[in-house]
Design a protein around this ligand. Sequence first.
Ligand code: ATP
Length: 323
Amino acid sequence: MKRIAVLTSGGDAPGMNAAIRAVVRGGLEQGWEVFGVRQGYAGLMGGDFVSLSARDVGGIIQQGGTVLGSARAPEFKTEEGRKQALANLEARGVEALVVIGGGGSQSGAYALSRMGFPVVGVASTIDNDLYGSETTIGVDTALNIALEAIDRLKVTASSHHRAFLVEVMGRDCGYLALMAGIAGGAEVIVLLEVESDPEEVIETLKAAYRRGKAHAIAVVAEGATNNANELMLYAQENQKRIGFDLRVTILGHVQRGGMPGAFDRLLATRLGVGAVERLAGGEHGVLMGLIRGEILATPLDEAAGRKKPLDLGLLEMARVLAK
Ligand code: ATP
């Protein structure tokens, strides 16, 4: 093999840059030329390639986001779009592609690999919903950012006897909400995976007030049927007397933009190097992930399009502990 390419796709995740650096320097070590593709599959279809040297990926391991840029590119779901991408790869003599991204991106990787092109995926999404990796690049950092915010909200909430509805990211998956709720000691956790009753949420906050708590926190997943604003509206419309003064904080994209912590830098580095090693060994059509502490490959036909289920037993544990 002489040339490979690497791209980042879907929502950005802290640690993507560490993975790019690992793929580039690992590839150079193999004697390959490594191209970076800008803006994910949009750049792959548009021919936006740049040859990367070891120096080009210097000073990025500690940066959040992705220096290659990322995009949502619906045209890649069409065969014409992917044919255009293949033509661009072939025109540059690129023989394999590394796709750093989440579930949708790995479905794209699988679609390309089914057309005969060698692709290796790297599990990267703050949602942690990818089958084939117990945890994915960006999750740990995003979770710590959410936790820091919750800890701060608790401080001010205690001063004013307030309850906060804290909305964390996760349009399609409640992992961040569940884990931030447990680690942040929330009184209530509202997920999209479990049907929630706004009345019950309000009653739980009210009960916390009656037990003499100085504050209460409800962590709400962005994608929950009753998101933070809807819960607030319900409380207002029903003139609910909770005891606490109720406020909403939506953390939103703040959770994405942090500097990757040690865990995500190390995970991303190991996954990026793992991707190169698999390609060097002639293996492709796989997703690199962390399984029982090891960097392992799962066939894309098993991983793509398959969502990792949440451990809902943890929700019950959180409920028991929120005394
Ligand atoms: P995250 O969930 O962290 O935001 P993601 O990778 O799941 O990341 P998506 O927006 O779902 O993000 O997907 C990113 C891109 O992958 C899409 O814009 C599209 O270009 C491509 N893609 C998604 N699904 C498919 C599919 N079934 N076939 C081909 N390409 C796809």
